[in-house]
Ligand binder design. Structure first.
Ligand code: FES
Length: 123
């Protein structure tokens, strides 16, 4: 069954920040959001290098020190925030899996369950 789940208000994701969420209650963050150039992007917390390994080095920490790229904590792969494409590291040329994000008229960020799966974009 499809359901929309609230993540947070868009204002709770300031420019240059990232946040992880577990909308299905799986016990670990399944996706994260990043705001870059005023747009909020949502990606599965699943690195294409190791078949969907979790990427944060601590809660909500998905970005490089200068906050210009997503970085996987396991082996340092860097990903473009807007496209999800790996630009440096062991999965060069592969991409993160985008999660469709809905912003309602109140500014709440929602996702639809079930989430896309890592396998859908990395067959
Ligand atoms: S698991 Fe992400 S870079 Fe290796």
């Amino acid at each position: 069954m499809n359901a929309h789940v609230r993540l947070c208000h868009a204002d709770e994701v300031p420019e240059g920040s990232s946040r992880g969420f577990d909308p299905a209650g799986s016990g670990r963050d399944a996706l994260f959001v990043v705001r870059r150039a005023s747009r909020v992007h949502a990606w599965l917390d699943a690195c294409p290098h190791w078949r969907g390994a979790p990427m944060a080095w601590r809660k909500d920490a998905y970005l490089s020190g200068d906050r210009t790229a997503i970085v996987c904590a396991a082996h340092g792969a860097r990903f473009d925030i807007a496209s999800g494409l790996c630009t440096l590291g062991p999965c060069l040329g592969q991409s993160l899996t985008r999660v469709p994000l809905i912003e309602n008229e109140s500014g709440e960020l929602l996702v639809q369950l079930p989430l896309p799966t890592f396998e859908e974009t990395n067959p």
